[in-house]
Design a binder for this molecule. Structure first.
Ligand code: PHE
Length: 468
């Protein structure tokens, strides 16, 4: 991809990798997942997964990408063609995530405009108007398509200075706004219940599903388990310190998620709302806080949703790029053609996904609507299994000396924890992920969907050598 030439600087890479990681997963998804899964116990398990499993897998993905200098599919294939399927599974995951991600990106975009056209006028009606908006047949589709067009323009040109520059200004803006909202939120009367919900763990509520949800969220939020960080790693210069970069990206990503939680839950409890509100959470709670601030609130609300849109865009661009780079590298397609083809198909899946929340809500496949189909398959199966595959690949297929060489830049820098990392990746992570996946998957309601997801992976593995 064209960005290959652009990431000469360290800052550029960190911005790009953090741009991919920080997205709707942190601000939209993390709070509602925590809300639906009992709060603090979920968060603690999530943090453990992020820093033990996520950080190690990210380091592994960077190492594989930089070592092979190839995007996901090519990276696996070049080491061992029987593993091509692991890269292809990543392409499928990217494609599926893009089945619902632009829908939510479109909501964020729509809320920029809605912030100035009366959304904040009646705080009590914000919840109802969100419900009416996402279920209406045309309005969300238009916003979703605009959001996708932005992706198409950026990816068609390669990742331009524009998006990087926007990111450099808007990501810190988002951060500052989240801090501001968090401060407002925890100083509201009755906010204590929200903090207790976030920070007093009650492990009696934890089930196999909670643990699987935390693992899926960790992979999703860090953009792991689907080759995205392999692809980004392949553009890294040979003198970058991979473990340090992985630690910075992981810490930034986790910081934003926690901040989003601290911004939302105290206010939510103060306003007497439901923590298990699902996907509407951020779109209802945050505007409700702003509605109480008068004209100043309108400005903050616009800024917040602009920043949320940018965060979503820097992530969706990386998702689209995984599919596009596959078509370019392995299918010899020209970039523009690859982008337009991918964009056209994603428009169709996005439309179906958006409509499945409204007029098509009765249409289900294997027990779920289109939006949930894409969301559940990636979150509960593909990313976790993808992360496990990369760990097995690095631990058992790649050569240990090569990895040590890659992670120490040919022995020129220290990576004191190499052996700890290596043993985690080789032994602990495959077993831990398998355990969580089995415990979570067997307790899942949509059996047919789970069997379908596992069947996809098995089929890809069987035909691995024919793929790519
Ligand atoms: N990490 C992104 C987010 O949190 C989503 C994403 C997942 C992006 C996988 C790329 C790859 O919103």
């Amino acid at each position: 991809m064209q960005a290959r030439e652009n990431w000469g600087s360290r800052m550029g890479f960190i911005m790009a990798a953090a741009g991919s990681a920080v997205g709707l997963g942190n601000i939209w998804r993390f709070p509602y997942m925590a809300g639906e899964n009992g709060g603090s116990a979920f968060i603690l398990i999530y943090l453990a997964f992020v820093f033990v499993i996520g950080l190690s897998v990210m380091t592994a993905e960077f190492a594989v990408g930089r070592k092979t200098s190839l995007a996901a599919v090519g990276a696996f294939k070049s080491v061992n063609p029987s593993w091509t399927f692991a890269g292809v599974l990543g392409v499928v995951s990217a494609f599926f995530i893009m089945g619902f991600y632009p829908v939510v990106g479109g909501w964020a975009l729509a809320y920029v405009l809605k912030s100035v056209t009366g959304l904040l006028a009646d705080a009590g009606a914000i919840g109802d108007s969100f419900g009416a908006f996402i279920t209406s047949p045309a309005e969300p589709l238009i916003w979703m398509i605009i959001f996708l067009l932005m992706n198409i323009v950026i990816v068609a040109k390669g990742i331009s200075g524009g998006i990087e520059k926007a990111g450099k200004v808007l990501m810190p803006t988002l951060f500052a706004l989240l801090i501001l909202i968090a401060v407002r939120s925890i100083t509201l009367p009755g906010a204590g219940a929200g903090l207790a919900f976030l920070f007093t763990p009650d492990f009696s509520q934890v089930t196999g599903q909670t643990v699987l949800a935390a693992l899926g969220q960790a992979f999703f939020s860090l953009s792991l388990g689907m080759g995205c960080m392999i692809t980004y790693g392949s553009y890294l210069s040979k003198d970058e310190k991979l473990p340090n970069n992985a630690l910075i990206v992981t810490t930034l990503d986790t910081g934003v998620a926690l901040l989003a939680g601290i911004a939302i839950f105290p206010a939510l409890f103060a306003f007497g709302m439901e923590p298990a509100a699902g996907p509407g959470l951020v779109f209802v709670v945050v505007p409700t806080i702003f509605a109480q601030m008068g004209g100043f609130g309108t400005i903050l609300s616009v800024l917040f949703f602009v920043a949320l849109t940018v965060a979503a865009l820097t992530s969706s661009v990386s998702l689209m790029e995984v599919v596009v780079s596959y078509l370019i590298d392995q299918r010899q397609m020209e970039r523009k053609k690859a982008v337009y083809t991918t964009g056209a198909i994603m428009t169709v899946t996005g439309i179906l996904s958006s409509l499945s929340l409204g007029i098509m809500s009765g249409v289900t496949f294997l027990g779920v609507g289109v939006f949930d189909f894409f969301d559940i398959l990636t979150d509960k199966i593909f990313l976790a299994i993808g992360g496990m595959l990369i760990a097995i690949f690095v631990g058992w297929v790649m050569n240990k000396e090569d990895l040590q060489d890659e992670l120490t830049n040919g022995g020129t820098i220290e990576f004191g924890l190499f052996n700890v990392w290596y043993n985690l990746v080789k032994y602990v992570i495959p077993v831990a992920v398998a355990f969580v996946a089995v415990a979570g998957i067997i307790s899942i309601a949509q059996t047919g969907l789970m069997i379908f997801g596992l069947a996809v992976i098995v089929l890809l593995a069987v035909f691995s050598k024919k793929l790519g």
